[in-house]
Write a protein that binds this ligand. Sequence first.
Ligand code: ADP
Length: 379
Amino acid sequence: MWAHVGQPFAETAYDVVVVGAGRMGAFCARELRRLAPALRLLLVEEGGLPNEEGATLLAPGVWSAHDAPPGREAEAAWTRAQLAGPLGDVQFRAAPLVRLTAQPTPGSRPTAEALAAHPEALALLDPAALPWAQVDPAAATFRPGAVALNAAQEAVRLGADLLLNTRACPGGGGEVTLERLSVTNTHEVVVHERRVVRAAQVVIAAGAAGAALAEHGLGVHTAHGRAYRQSPRLEEPSTEASPTLRAGGLTLRPQAGGWTLAPAIWHRDPQGYVPGGGALTGVPTGLRRETLEDLVALMDAVPALAGGGLGLGRSLSDVPGAWLALPHGRPDAPPLWQRLDETHTLLLGGPLADVLGLGVAHGLAAALAGVPERPWAPA
Ligand code: ADP
C-alpha cells in the first residue's frame, strides 16, 4: 500500500487496475481478489479512504426492499446480506422504513398506528396530511464510508496493491497514467510524479467523474449524467430505535440523535452546472434552490422542516454534499457496469447503490474473473 509520495512506486504492469476506491470500486477489487487470486490487481484512489468528497461517504446508507427494482430483489437481498455480515463493521442496524403518503397504498396502515411506538418520529409529521404508512420491516441503515474502507482493506489483505492520493488517467491500449499528488505548504494540490502502468483490464469506478474520465481518456461517448446531492441535518430528537421515514421522495434517516435528510433526485444536472446556494425570504442559504423548494413544499406535511432545526447553512460549504453518478442520466436507474472497449469497463453506483451496488460490483468482478457466479440466483 502506498499512501504518500515518499514511498517509491515502481510497478509497471497489472492484470487489472481499478480506478476509484469508493464502495463500488473497493468492493469490486475485494471480490476480484476473492474470485481470481492469481490476477495482479491495483486499486487507485485520488483521495484518502474513504474520500471525503466522494458520493460514498454522503450516501444515505439506507437499504430498503421498497427500492429494489422489479426482478432484482434477490440481488438486492444479497447486497443486504453483505452489509449485515461478511464486510466487517459498517454499523449495520436493522430498522424499519416507513413510507408516508396522502393516499392509501397496498398494505398501508394509518400513520398514527404505524408510528405509535415512535412518538419522536410522529412528532415530525402532520398525520392528517400524511395519513397512510407503508412499512418495510426488512429495511436497514449502515455507514457507506465504512463499506468502502472495509472492502478496500480486505482487498489489500487478500493481496491487492493500493495507491492512495493518486489520480489515475486511463488512456488507449490499457495504459493508465498515475499522477501521485501531494500538498504544498500553501495547501495547493500538485502532481508530484507521473508513472505509467499497463493493464490488461481497467475498471473505471470513479463515481460521478467516471463518465467524463472515459470520454476524455478513451474518446468514447456515454449517455450517463450526474447530480449534486446535499444531505442537510434536521436537529430534532431521534433514538437508536427510530425508523427511517420517507415522504414525498425525501428520506429522513435517524442518525446521531437527530435526522439526516436525503432529498429526492429528480433529474441530472446540466453540463457545466456549478453547485450554488439558494435563498429563503431573501436570506442566502447553503442549500441549493431546487432542494430548498422541495423542502418548502413538504413543510405542511412535515412541519418539523419549518421548525428551525433544519440546517440551511449560509453557504454551500455549510451543507454536506457530493456529486453522484446518474446511470443513463436517470435518477431511478440501477447501478451498472458497461464495457467501453476490449480493455475498459465503466462501473457506476448512483442513487440505488445503497440497495444494489454490491451485487453489481460483484457481477463485474465475476465477469472479469471468468466465473459465472451469481450467488443470489436460485440453485
Ligand atoms: P461510487 O458510489 O461509485 O463508489 P464515489 O464517488 O463514492 O462513487 O467513489 C468514486 C471514487 O473515485 C472517489 O473516492 C473518488 O475520489 C475516486 N476518483 C475519482 N476520479 C478518480 C481518478 N481519476 N483517479 C483515482 N480516483 C478517482
